[in-house]
Design a protein around this ligand. Structure first.
Ligand SMILES: Cc1cc2nc3c(=O)[nH]c(=O)nc-3n(C[C@H](O)[C@H](O)[C@H](O)COP(=O)(O)O)c2cc1C
Length: 355
């Protein structure tokens, strides 16, 4: 499958953009384990224009993570065009993705992210202007609509079809090179189940020629395969299921390519991966070209950044009497202390599983 001339291979599986999760350290590991493409955390167009350190940090790209998409969000044409040009010049990503899906109040409430779904003319103006302003392929990630009214037929864009089917056509007409759909509306936030039927409807609309990337609730290799087989999507995007297990891509990739799960990943190996993730996160936090202010460039800064992964890693789920170890892991303030606790955790888990 190709986005513009970027070849993502057969049945690609990509890492979703996730704020405070898909930093460079994590993206590199996901790439190493088989993610076909990785996305940055979203970056505010306004913050980029003001050269806010954290935003400059977010758009840094390492050649080893390519193909990589940098995602931006904003609420007016001028700032989005300016931010797109900054990203193209500074980061040279393979893809520039526009976020029209973020549901959180501080973004959507101001009309950006999924807030744009309430102002489709502006959403399309921004998309067209960004496409025209840069050479890098532009893609869009969005949701099925603003609320459940958008799922009904007729709707406010068309008398005959679901909102997102029409929206997808109009976005394609703006010149985007791929569209990612998270199968929920804004008002659903993350509740209920993602509706893949509508994603399939967009994909199977004969007018659509650009790749459709399906997203929402994919946690296993079987679910990824089912998304390809049942809904015909061109690629599958995985988000939350990757927390604390970048190796998920290795299993999904192996399964899609061979029909078998990857049974080479031992507990020791997985703990080594988690440690490498901590190492990398600390390394990035301390590196000299880091745009963060001096006081934030600490070992602790790198550790704090991986805590969400450690808190959610499936390695620690279902282990009896594990609460205290888990709390200690999440409170560790140095790499040495954290690694000692991870070793302790590994022992407990090995003895629980008898391995
Ligand atoms: C912590 C978190 C941060 C997220 N940040 C972003 C973001 O920056 N940009 C974006 O387009 N989506 C963001 N998302 C949405 C995910 O990309 C994805 O669409 C959503 O989690 C559904 O996929 P999943 O069920 O595989 O997790 C975020 C989701 C989570 C849980």
């Amino acid at each position: 499958m190709k986005i513009a001339d970027i070849d993502l291979g057969n049945r690609p599986v990509v890492l979703a953009p996730m704020e405070d999760v898909t930093d460079q350290a994590f993206r590199l590991l996901c790439k190493e384990f088989g993610a076909s493409m990785v996305y940055s955390e979203f970056v505010s167009a306004d913050a980029l224009i003001r050269s806010v350190n954290r935003s400059l940090e977010k758009i840094k790209v390492d050649d080893n993570e390519r193909p990589v998409a940098i995602q931006i969000y904003g609420r007016d044409v001028e700032s989005m065009v300016e931010a797109a040009k900054i990203v193209e010049a500074e980061a040279r990503p393979d893809i520039l993705d526009i976020n029209f899906g973020c549901p959180v109040k501080k973004v959507a409430g101001k009309g950006a992210g999924s807030g744009m779904l309430k102002n489709v003319p502006l959403l399309l103006d921004i998309t067209k202007a960004v496409v025209d302003a840069v050479k890098v392929p532009v893609t869009v990630k969005t949701r099925l609509g603003w609320d459940c009214d958008d799922l009904k037929v007729p709707n406010r864009l068309s008398d005959e079809r679901a909102f997102v089917v029409e929206l997808a056509e109009r976005l394609q007409d703006c010149g985007i090179k791929a569209l990612t759909l998270h199968g929920r509306t804004r008002s659903q936030m993350y509740q209920g189940e993602a509706d893949w039927t509508l994603i399939g409807e967009v994909k199977n609309n004969p007018r659509m020629t650009i790749p459709i990337i399906g997203n929402g609730d994919i946690c296993t290799a079987e679910q990824a395969e089912n998304a390809f087989n049942t809904y015909g999507v061109d690629a599958v995007m995985i988000g939350r299921a990757t927390f604390g297990q970048p190796w998920l891509f290795k299993d999904v990739r192996t399964y899609l390519d061979t029909g078998k799960h990857d049974d080479t990943m031992t507990l020791d190996w997985k703990f080594d991966v988690l440690k490498r993730q901590v190492e990398k996160s600390v390394e990035y936090s301390l590196r000299e070209d880091n745009a963060l202010k001096e006081r934030k460039r600490t070992e602790l800064g790198g550790i704090i950044h991986v805590r969400r992964h450690l808190a959610n890693s499936p390695l620690f789920k279902g282990i009896p009497d594990f609460k205290q170890t888990r709390i200690k892991i999440l409170q560790a303030e140095s790499k040495d202390a954290l690694f000692a606790l991870l070793d302790e955790a590994k022992e407990k888990i090995s003895s629980f599983y008898g391995i």
